[in-house]
Design a protein around this ligand. Structure first.
Ligand code: AP5
Length: 214
């Protein structure tokens, strides 16, 4: 099963993708995580992406499309994948359709997680991640059971993203409205789009996604 999770920054795409990975045994493909790994490794792609990501803009389509195409070919995607943060422009959506058709694959579900702009700013500025296993947390909404200790792996080392500050979040939201929101109508016209209320509690959103996917 292959699916796309759409939604503005902070809607809960990454949070829910990680849960769906565990439930369905399919892999999360986050273009944001891939780009952050490229930035961390100092690759050519990372060097091109770094400043754009820090400003909250979008990395050029051709770079993203090549990156995701190579990733889908890897063995761990054979059971299926969850696209998180891709496609993000209409040209990316067109390229995805052509790419999957060439590979003999298709998307089974496109699900948009809807969330209010004010709420996502609070969510993003309070977000942090386990440096060891990548589990996601929030200062207010998703605390580890034991303060300062990762529930999943026991690590006490956490990080915050460089682009999770209020100013960059506003730019990311503007990029979403201008360049990504049109994709909702794009998939709506194809008849493949479903929506979920991302303002509900995290467990409620997961339950709704399971209901839609079956
Ligand atoms: P990316 O990493 O994709 O960031 P994003 O789209 O801005 O999305 P986020 O990761 O911020 O949000 P999310 O929906 O995953 O929220 P999360 O689940 O963590 O992209 C970063 C940058 O990379 C872009 O700006 C761009 O420059 C570049 N890029 C990436 N892909 C690209 C592409 N395809 N083309 C071009 N450029 C690209 O949740 C947020 C917080 O809220 C968490 O702390 C969580 O605990 C909490 N939370 C989640 N759900 C709930 C809930 N229901 N109730 C309460 N709290 C909740």
């Amino acid at each position: 099963m292959n699916l796309i999770l759409l939604g503005p920054p902070g809607a809960g795409k990454g949070t829910q993708a990680k849960r769906l990975e565990d439930i369905y045994g399919i892999v999360q493909l986050s273009t944001g995580d891939m780009l952050r790994a490229e930035v961390g490794s100092g690759s050519d792609l990372g060097k091109q992406a770094k400043g754009i990501m820090e400003s909250g803009g979008l990395v050029p389509d051709d770079l993203i499309i090549n990156m995701i195409s190579g990733r889908i070919d890897q063995d761990d995607c054979k059971n299926g994948f969850i696209l998180d943060g891709f496609p993000r422009t209409v040209p990316q959506a067109d390229a995805l359709g052509a790419m999957l058709s060439d590979k003999g694959l298709k998307i089974d579900y496109v699900i948009a997680i809807e969330a209010d702009s004010d709420a996502v700013v609070t969510r993003i500025t309070g977000r942090y991640t386990c440096s060891s296993c990548g589990a996601g947390y929030h200062d207010e909404f998703q605390k580890p059971e034991q303060d300062g200790v990762c529930d999943k792996c026991g690590s006490t080392d956490f990080t915050r993203r460089a682009d999770d500050n209020a100013e960059t979040v506003r730019n990311r939201l503007a990029a979403y409205e201008e360049q990504t929101a049109p994709i909702i109508a794009y998939y709506g016209e194809k008849g493949t789009l479903k929506t979920v209320d991302g303002m509900a509690d995290i467990d409620v959103v997961t339950a709704k996604l399971k209901e839609l996917i079956g």
